[in-house]
Design a protein around this ligand. Structure first.
Ligand code: M6R
Length: 468
């Protein structure tokens, strides 16, 4: 009762566990805004903000709802009440996560393990969705809400950080294939800027953790405005999937490294499948195009595996770039968000300042920074803007910039202009990000290792940003 009364006066988000010196067999815990999970073991309970550290002891958990208070007493069943004293029945779930998924499995860092898991995580993400016969894509969250997608006036995608970069790629794919206008919003801006939201808008919220406070608040805002909310999340049972109308899990298993890698590629894969599916149902994607897209999607995991074999080569390049204090990443079209993602990876784990730009924006300002001390990383895979990117590279070369490029296998022109190049297999432009981001993840990883940085737990960063 004391906790209940106190919490009625607390302002803002919290997750709190309270102990009473005179009642040592009892813990009272509560949450609002921040996540709280109780693990139920044999004669023992565990409290955490996430199920990951609990799984070592038990796979039975219950997620505590907003403004709920859980009472844990030795030898007794859990009791849950709301702050306003309404009794709730605990909903106990069995998690499928295994301990081996939480171990490094022989890799020096979780980030490297997670980068190398991507051929499998992409297959897991597409399993049961893209059929192996190569003639169909199914997404349960789409089928159940087909009419809403087909009649959507607009799609708004809201997310933060790496998930926001995936959202940008989703925008390119949905506009190209489904021909629905898309807007991509930073959740932190969207939630406060009084956006215009219509009842026939679809809001897609993307979050690996499913607990990002700003994205959760953006979901609430859009829901209250009457929009249909679709979540793309990784952590099963987390707050965002529980607060959306429908959605799609990415199914990549727990991501432990603070720098998101395998969750990003799976988010892009889900958005691409969604774009193709809406397009096929609307008739904006022809049967031939549909089959070709499916065929290429099915080849992506093995192409990612091919790129991973170049990790040693990228490690050698990394050694020559640790002197850099600043880097620029350039890309166009589908590769522009990849440039943003590559720059974010580098800055968050190696503490080297890096910025991503659309390649053609160089001459509107950033080119002033280029010198022999400034590595420029250019994603220049084959596309209809290849020639334009090549001329951007020539401009950088003329100013003595050092170039690392990501190119399509067999490329001659950009390779010839670059100090270092990494080749990726050919694919369709909309699928390129799934390949071109892999060398950038590896480059950031190896630079950070050479610099002696704590790759899995970079300074000042948390895996789940559960506060504003
Ligand atoms: O869990 P979320 O996907 O909502 O997290 C969003 C960002 O906090 C996250 O992507 C962050 O930018 C990563 N550290 C990037 O590697």
């Amino acid at each position: 009762t004391a906790v209940q009364l106190a919490l009625t006066q607390v302002v803002g988000a919290y997750a709190i566990a309270v102990l009473d010196r005179n009642n040592p067999d009892q813990i009272v815990a509560a949450r609002k805004g921040s996540p709280l999970v109780v693990g139920i073991g044999e004669d023992e309970y565990f409290l955490g903000s996430d199920a990951t550290p609990i799984i070592e002891f038990t796979n039975r958990v219950t997620y505590i709802g907003d403004e709920e208070i859980v009472t844990i007493r030795r030898g007794e069943a859990l009791k849950i009440r709301t702050i306003t004293n309404i009794e709730k029945t605990p909903r106990i779930q069995k998690l499928e996560m295994t301990l081996s998924q939480l171990e490094k499995g022989g890799y020096p860092h979780f980030m490297l393990k997670e980068i190398f898991e991507q051929p499998h995580t992409l297959s897991d993400c597409m399993r049961g969705r893209v059929n192996v016969e190569g003639n169909n894509i199914t997404l349960a969250g789409f089928i159940d809400n087909r009419e809403k997608f087909l009649n959507a006036r607009r799609i708004i995608i809201t997310a933060c950080g790496t998930s926001w970069h995936a959202a940008q790629i989703g925008m390119y794919a949905i506009e190209e294939y489904a021909r629905i206008p898309v807007e991509v919003e930073y959740s932190s801006e969207f939630r406060y800027r009084k956006p215009v939201i219509h009842k026939d808008d679809i809001v897609i919220a993307i979050s690996q953790s499913g607990e990002t406070a700003d994205t959760l608040a953006a979901v609430e805002l859009a829901k209250n405005a009457g929009a249909f909310i679709f979540g793309i999340c990784n952590v099963v049972g987390s707050s965002i999937p529980r607060n959306t109308h429908s959605g799609c899990y990415t199914h990549v298993g727990p991501e432990i490294g603070v720098a998101s890698t395998k969750a990003f590629t799976a988010q892009v894969a889900v958005l691409t499948m969604l774009a193709i599916l809406i397009g096929k149902e609307k008739g904006t994607v022809s049967r031939e195009e549909y089959l070709n897209l499916i065929r290429e999607l099915n080849l992506i995991p093995e192409k990612v595996a091919e790129i991973l074999k170049k990790s040693g080569q990228i490690e050698q390049y990394a050694k020559t770039f640790t002197y850099a204090g600043n880097c620029i990443y350039l890309g166009r079209g589908y590769n522009f968000p990849v440039a943003l993602e590559g720059a974010l990876k580098l800055k968050e784990i190696s503490y080297i300042h890096a910025e991503g730009y659309p390649a053609a924006e160089m001459k509107h300002g950033p080119i002033a920074l280029v010198s022999h001390e400034m590595p420029v990383i250019v994603i220049a895979t084959q596309s209809d803007t290849y020639e334009k990117v090549t001329s951007n590279i020539q401009e950088i070369k003329a100013r003595k910039g050092r170039i690392i490029s990501v190119v399509t296998e067999g490329d001659q022109v950009v390779r010839g202009l670059s100090d270092f190049s990494v080749e990726v297999p050919e694919t369709l432009p909309c699928l390129t990000p799934l390949l071109s981001v892999i060398p950038l993840q590896l480059l950031a990883y190896h630079i950070a290792v050479v610099k002696g940085c704590d790759v899995d737990q970079p300074r000042n960063l948390a895996k789940s940003v559960t506060v504003e």
